[in-house]
Design a protein around this ligand. Structure first.
Ligand code: GDP
Ligand code: MG
Length: 441
C-alpha cells in the first residue's frame, strides 16, 4: 500500500493504546488540519487550548475510550466556535428592514445581495428593494440591476455622480413610500482596507440604521480574512457574516477566524455563482469540512470502537512473556483489520487528495487479499495454526484446496506470517499495532 495509507493506519492504530501522548498526538493532528484549512494561527492556538482544557477537565486521559471522548469535544468545540446551530436573519424592525452589505471587492457582495433578495422573496414572502452604493464602478450598479431582476426583486436606480449617503436616503424614502419590507444596500468594493471607503460605509451605516450589517467574506481568503474581519468589525457593528464561495475547494477555515474576531454569527453560506446558491449556515455541518480530513474524526471514533482492546492487551502480554506468536494471533490481527470496516471503508473516509493518491492502489484487490488470507488460515487445523512448522507440501495442498487458492498463496501467507513473527519477537508489547500496518502491505 502507499505511504499515505500506511501512515493513516499507523495514525489510527495509535488510538488502540491510549496515553497522554496519544491525546497530544491527536491534538497535533487537529492543529495541523486547522492550519491547512487556513484558520489563522492565533485562532488555532486558542482553539487547541480550549479543547485541551476541556479534555483534561473531563478526565479524558485514563478513561476507557479517551479517543472517542476527545473526538466529541473537538467536534463540539469547533461547532461552538463557529456558532451553535443555525442563525437566521433578523428582520425585526419598522419596515423597511435595512440590510447593509460590507466586505472587500470580489467577496461576493453584489451576488449575495441578489441571492438574499431571492431568499427573502421565496422563503420569507417579503417585498424586497435593492440599491447599489457602489458609485466608483458604473458596471457594478448595472450588475446589481441585472441580478436583482433575475431574483425577481425591485431595483432602485443610482448613478456614479451621486454620493452614496444621498443614494441611501433616497432609496430608504422610496422603500417607505412603497411599503417594501426589506431594503438591501450593496456597497462599493474595497480592494484592501481603505480609510476613505471605511469612512464612507460608516456614514452609510449611520444614515440607514440597518437592522443587519452583514460582512461578506470569501471562504477562500484564508489567513488574511482575520485582518479584513478585524478592520470591518472595528468600523461597523457587524450583526452577521456571509461566507461565500464554499463551493470551491477551500476548507472554509476562514469561518473560524472571522467568527472569532468579529463575534458575529455566520448566517449564510454561498455555495454557487447562481442565485439559488445561498444556504443558512450550519456550524455543525461545517465543522467536519474545516477539519478537512473527510470524516477523519468519525474514522478515529470507529476504529477506536472497532479495535478489541482486550484482545490487543492479551497479545501484547503474550509477546512480552516471550510466548510464540502463532497463526491464531496472525488471524486475530487480520480480523481486527476487518472489524475496522475494511480497507475501502477506511479509504472512503480519507481526505480527497490522500484518497486520490491511495486510489492508485487497487482496493478491491487489497480487500480480497485480506479475505483470502483469512480463508487460508481457516482451512488449517488448530494444531497447524499453533505449529506452522508442521505445514509441509501435503498439508499445503490440502489447505490450498480447502481455501480454494493456489499452493503459492499458502506459501505467500506463511512467508508473511514468518516475517510478522520475526517482527513480533523483536518488538516489545506496545508495538502490536504496527503489525496491522504490515498486514495492510
Ligand atoms: P463584490 O465585488 O463583493 O460585489 O463581488 P461579486 O458579487 O461581484 O462577486 C465576485 C465574483 O464572485 C463573481 O464572479 C461572483 O459570481 C462570484 N461569487 C460570489 N459568490 C459566490 C459563491 O458563493 N460561489 C461562487 N462559486 N462564486 C461566487
Ligand atoms: Mg459588487
Amino acid at each position: 500500500l502507499t505511504d499515505k495509507l500506511s501512515r493513516l493506519v499507523k495514525h489510527i492504530s495509535g488510538q488502540a493504546r491510549i496515553t497522554e501522548s496519544n491525546v497530544a498526538d491527536m491534538l497535533r493532528e487537529v492543529r495541523m488540519a486547522l492550519l491547512e484549512a487556513d484558520v489563522a494561527l492565533p485562532v488555532v492556538r486558542d482553539f487547541i487550548a480550549r479543547v485541551k482544557e476541556k479534555a483534561l477537565g473531563q478526565e479524558v486521559i485514563g478513561s476507557l475510550q479517551p479517543g472517542q471522548a476527545l473526538v466529541a469535544i473537538v467536534n463540539q468545540e469547533l461547532a461552538a466556535t463557529m456558532g451553535e446551530g443555525v442563525s437566521d436573519l433578523n428582520l425585526a424592525a419598522q419596515p423597511p428592514a435595512v440590510i447593509l452589505m460590507a466586505g472587500l471587492q470580489g467577496a461576493g457582495k453584489t451576488t449575495t445581495t441578489a441571492k438574499l433578495a431571492r431568499w427573502l422573496i421565496n422563503q420569507r414572502k417579503k417585498k424586497v428593494l435593492t440599491v447599489s452604493g457602489d458609485v466608483y464602478r458604473p458596471a457594478a450598479i448595472e450588475q446589481l440591476k441585472t441580478v436583482t431582476a433575475q431574483a425577481g426583486a425591485e431595483w432602485f436606480p443610482s448613478t456614479p455622480d451621486q454620493k452614496p449617503a444621498d443614494i441611501a436616503r433616497a432609496a430608504l424614502d422610496y422603500a417607505r413610500k412603497h411599503y417594501f419590507d426589506v431594503l438591501l444596500v450593496d456597497t462599493a468594493g474595497r480592494l484592501a482596507i481603505d480609510e476613505a471607503l471605511m469612512a464612507e460605509i460608516k456614514d452609510l451605516h449611520s444614515v440607514l440604521n440597518p437592522v443587519e450589517t452583514l460582512f461578506v467574506v470569501d471562504a477562500m481568503q484564508g489567513q488574511d480574512a482575520i485582518n479584513t474581519a478585524k478592520a470591518f468589525s472595528d468600523a461597523l457593528p457587524l450583526t452577521g457574516i456571509v461566507l461565500t464561495k464554499l463551493d470551491g475547494d477551500s476548507r472554509g477555515g476562514a469561518a473560524l477566524s472571522v467568527r472569532q474576531i468579529t463575534g458575529a454569527p455566520i448566517k449564510f453560506a454561498g455555495t454557487s455563482e447562481k442565485l439559488d446558491g445561498l444556504e443558512l449556515f450550519d456550524a455543525n455541518r461545517h465543522a467536519g469540512r474545516v477539519l478537512g480530513m473527510g470524516d477523519i474524526l468519525a474514522l478515529v471514533e470507529q476504529v477506536t470502537a472497532g479495535v478489541d482492546m482486550a484482545a490487543a492487551q492479551k497479545l501484547a502480554e503474550k509477546v512480552k512473556r516471550g510466548d510464540a506468536f502463532d497463526l491464531n494471533d496472525f488471524l486475530a490481527q487480520i480480523q481486527q483489520m476487518r472489524s475496522m470496516g475494511g480497507l475501502s471503508n477506511i479509504m472512503d473516509k480519507l481526505p480527497s487528495q490522500m484518497a486520490a493518491k491511495a486510489g492508485q492502489v487497487d482496493m478491491d484487490k487489497a480487500e480480497k487479499d485480506i479475505g483470502r488470507k483469512q480463508g487460508i488460515i481457516h482451512s488449517m487445523t488448530p494444531l497447524e495454526r499453533r505449529k506452522p512448522d508442521l505445514i509441509k507440501a501435503t498439508r499445503k495442498r490440502r489447505i490450498a484446496a480447502g481455501a480454494g487458492v493456489q499452493v503459492q498463496d499458502v506459501n505467500r501467507l506463511l512467508k508473511e506470517f514468518e516475517q510478522m513473527q520475526t517482527m513480533m519477537k523483536k518488538m516489545s508489547g506496545g508495538g502490536m499495532m504496527k503489525m496491522m500496518k504490515k498486514l495492510g502491505g
